[in-house]
Design a protein around this ligand. Structure first.
Ligand code: ADP
Length: 386
């Protein structure tokens, strides 16, 4: 089955065409047929999401010849409390995603534009929404509820939602498979460390806690986001005259590694660490924060069997992994330095044979996860009545 995977942002659409096996098929052939990005939507050349889709369509025609797309899988950031699984998109589902706009004002609106643009152009093409929050719908209330008055939850939906779910679920399955552990018995901590970063506690293969909260700001130190801080800091700054938009910009775009080192790129931090005090501190603060979360989540899952590193930093930075794992010595975690520094060749174990918790690197592949989820939903949908 050919699935067009779309990640629609406010000014760009990333796309990838994946060939995925039909669920249950004997043939497990899997491939990326083409991929690309249309940028600067709304800035002249590409008028809107419909125009961007026209451009993608001509690129697809050039790349695929007469092979046809069978379905579209959308990365949708926020599924709120309703969506715990990928779903086949109908008009009602699109409206439900739209109603979640206030919870993800930068992300859900362009996701909806992408869905509508496809529906207008190819009304018969099945579309599936795969939500970044869905995997965390299994969080117990002790993990998702903030200790603030109930009204704020009921009236405004203020609770922990968590993000990076698609990546987390995929990486969890791959890690359990690598260790030969049945998914239902797999306890782990997954660290998804890209520009955005989160830690997730996995118990019995499902998410039971996660560091991102009501928004993706909470938790770890990220490329340009602060992660955890005392909420009173914002109240203090508001009284000092900062507007909500200024604070939003500060927390989302000017904080994290960028604030600590001046750049949000972990590579430059690692390169500068020996002779630049700010680089050393940025590495120390970010790795310390993650180590604290791993310790906490080890408790949350009743004993983790694995710590899984994934995404840009997790997959590619042995120095960052080492800085984190060194702090886990009290838990009996031991890194195999050779394996940690070794070539990045797929999912692998980087701890010693006698480490109390195994440490893994597992490359994530959100597009593949979205394509497979899309194929599964489309294959199981009821035959439309005539
Ligand atoms: P996104 O969240 O945008 O998908 P990625 O998963 O691509 O991000 O991760 C981006 C991060 O990965 C950046 O901080 C980048 O510096 C880091 N990164 C990528 N390659 C390396 C590397 N070889 N060493 C250290 N950090 C790396």
């Amino acid at each position: 089955m050919l699935v067009l995977v779309l990640n629609s942002g406010s000014s760009s659409i990333k796309y990838q065409v994946r060939e995925v096996p039909l669920p249950g098929a004997d043939d497990h052939h899997e491939a990326i047929l083409t991929e690309g990005i249309v940028e600067r939507i709304g800035e002249g050349e590409v008028e809107d999401h419909t125009a961007a889709l026209e451009q993608i369509n001509s690129e697809l025609t050039a790349a695929l010849g007469d092979r046809q797309i069978d379905a579209v899988g959308h990365r949708v950031v926020h599924g709120g409390e309703r969506f715990g699984e990928p779903v086949l998109i109908t008009n009602e589902i699109t409206r439900a995603i739209e109603r979640l706009n206030p919870l993800a004002p930068l992300h859900n609106p362009p996701n909806v534009l992408g869905i509508r643009a496809i529906a207008d152009k190819w009304p018969n093409l099945p579309q599936v929404a795969v939500f970044d929050t869905a995997f965390h719908r299994t969080l117990p209330e002790r993990a998702w509820r903030y200790a603030i008055p109930d009204d704020f939850y009921r009236k405004y939906g203020i609770r922990r939602y968590g993000f990076h779910g698609t990546s987390c679920e995929y990486v969890t399955q791959q890690a359990a498979e690598l260790l030969g552990c049945p998914l239902g018995e797999f306890n782990a901590v997954v660290a998804h460390l890209g520009n955005g970063a989160s830690a997730t506690a996995i118990q019995g293969g499902i998410s039971v806690d996660t560091s991102m909260g009501f928004t993706p700001i909470e938790g770890l130190v990220m490329g340009t986001r602060s992660g955890d801080l005392d909420p009173s800091i914002l109240l203090f700054l508001e009284r000092e005259g900062f507007s909500a938009d200024e604070l939003d910009e500060m927390l989302n775009k000017k904080s994290g590694l960028k604030a600590l080192f001046g750049q949000n790129d972990m590579r430059s931090i690692v390169e500068a660490v020996d002779d630049d005090e700010r680089a050393r501190l940025a590495l120390e603060i970010s790795s310390y924060r993650l180590a604290k979360y791993i310790g906490g989540y080890h408790v949350a899952v009743g004993g983790a069997r694995a710590i899984v590193f994934t995404a840009g930093i997790g997959e590619n930075s042995p120095q960052f992994r080492q800085a984190v794992v060194e702090r886990l010595a009290p838990l009996g975690v031991k890194l195999d330095d050779g394996a940690n520094l070794g070539p990045a060749d797929g999912a692998r174990i980087i701890s010693t044979g006698n480490s109390a918790i195994q440490v893994l690197v597992v490359p994530t592949d959100e597009e593949r996860a979205i394509a497979e989820a899309t194929a599964a939903v489309v294959a199981s949908r009821p035959i439309p009545s005539r």
